[in-house]
Design a protein around this ligand. Structure first.
Ligand code: HEC
Length: 247
């Protein structure tokens, strides 16, 4: 009997925590300005309250998005705990009912094998300071997305990781003569936004039109960025990324 009570109290606390997480993920990711509005009531995108959504529908749309609309898929941007919490929050906010089968299946997921676990530690490794992968790549809702999404790469052998994606980074030169390796992220008619890779920690910079010119053959190589990792470590990281991609 006592165990049952303790179990119930634990379940209630865990549910309250999930709800708080769901609300916080929603506010950070979904309620932004022009999307679903705070509490899911306003914004340019459809309102969510009072719609009685089915759990399965919200699950699919949240993970995969809706093609050709402003609704992106979130499965690579949030981790599984955040996904489950925000999906449950939206279902409840819409007046719908949670389906324990979907919640359970999504929460369980396949377990992470040992080499992938080691790869995860290495990917976010604080020991390698600014040279860890997560300084420039985001996976599972963590890290900074300077470089490309790694979950779509088909081959992640250590040699492939070292090589990176040549020709993506160029050499930038300002009118004043400052040179640096540059990864352009956005080009508008009157401005250009880029990551300056001159320092270990990439810096996002904005220039006016014509203030910076580009040439090939940058002073930056991906192999230098990953030089603090040995091949067996890169192989473990590869196992982690593959595990995430197939999850
Ligand atoms: C200082 C920033 C930085 C760090 C640290 C870094 N990367 Fe990268 N990565 C990039 C950039 C920028 C690119 C694309 C341009 C290039 O490779 O030259 C890239 C490309 C890649 C690619 C090629 C992806 C494709 O689409 O072909 C892989 C794979 C990769 N990185 C894996 C890793 C792994 C694994 C680590 C950690 C061991 C890591 N990177 C560390 C910035 C970084």
């Amino acid at each position: 009997m006592r165990a049952v009570w303790i179990g119930l109290i634990f379940a209630a606390t865990a549910a309250a925590q999930d709800e708080a997480l769901g609300a916080s993920v929603f506010n950070k990711s979904c309620a932004v300005g022009y999307c679903h509005g705070s509490g899911g009531t306003a914004g340019r995108a459809p309102k969510l309250t009072g719609r009685n959504f089915e759990h399965g529908y919200v699950h699919k749309v949240t993970l995969d998005g809706i093609p050709n609309t402003g609704m992106p898929g979130w499965k690579d941007r949030l981790n599984s705990q955040e996904l489950n919490a925000v999906i449950a929050w939206v279902v409840k906010a819409s007046g719908g009912v949670l389906d324990p089968k979907i919640a359970g299946a999504a929460a369980a997921g396949p377990p992470m094998p040992a080499d992938a676990k080691r790869g995860k530690d290495l990917f976010f490794d604080a020991v390698r300071g600014e040279f860890r992968c997560s300084t420039c790549h985001a996976v599972d809702g963590m890290g900074i997305a300077v470089g490309p999404n790694l979950l779509t790469a088909s081959n992640l052998d250590p040699a492939v990781i070292r090589a990176g994606k040549p020709a993506t980074v160029r050499q930038g030169r300002t009118r004043g003569g400052e040179t640096f390796a540059a990864l352009v992220v956005d080009q508008k008619p009157d401005s250009i936004v880029l990551f300056d890779l001159a320092l270990p920690l990439p810096v996002l910079r904005t220039f006016g039109k014509g203030e910076v010119t580009f040439s090939s053959g940058p002073s930056w190589r991906h192999s230098d960025a990953v030089a603090k990792y040995g091949d067996p470590e890169l192989a473990a990281i590869s196992a982690y990324l593959q595990w995430l991609a197939n999850r």
